[in-house]
Design a protein around this ligand. Structure first.
Ligand code: FES
Length: 137
């Protein structure tokens, strides 16, 4: 049995822009360290990728969908938090809740660079922030 996946990538999809165009990995990797780059991820969900030192990507992506009522939110560089404009929820760099009304951490995905593209795949393992099965699984 071979699971159906885009291009046979085993459940992973290729990161795209809002218009559905594939984003070249080199374009994202050229961003400064600390940048949160927004791409269309699994099922088109807006997903933050984090630029690390030496032009590498964090292997953990954070889905831009507030766990309170689903608003999208910006990254606040000064506070080093994701801050939801709808009702004031705040999340730390790893997507854990810092302030409600949200009471669940942000959804995670796996991120990997493979040759010229960025692959995003589902996170189904234990959530490292809660040490429990993720709420979205
Ligand atoms: Fe984000 Fe309510 S939807 S705080």
């Amino acid at each position: 049995f071979i699971p159906k996946a885009e291009g046979g990538l085993g459940g992973a999809i290729i990161a795209k822009d809002r218009l559905g165009n594939v984003i070249p990995a080199r374009q994202i990797l050229a961003e400064p360290t600390g940048t949160r780059a927004l791409v269309a991820g699994l099922a088109g969900e807006p997903t933050y990728l984090t630029l690390l030192e030496n032009n590498t990507l964090d292997s953990v992506g954070i889905v831009n969908n507030c766990t309170h009522l689903g608003c999208t939110f910006p990254w606040n560089e000064i506070d080093q938090q994701f801050q939801c404009p709808c009702h004031g929820s705040r999340y730390s760099v790893d997507g854990a809740v810092v302030r409600g009304p949200a009471n669940r951490p942000l959804k995670l995905v796996h991120v990997a660079v493979q040759s010229e593209v960025i692959l995003i795949s589902p996170w189904t393992e234990i959530d490292p922030r809660t040490n429990e099965v993720p709420w979205w699984v």
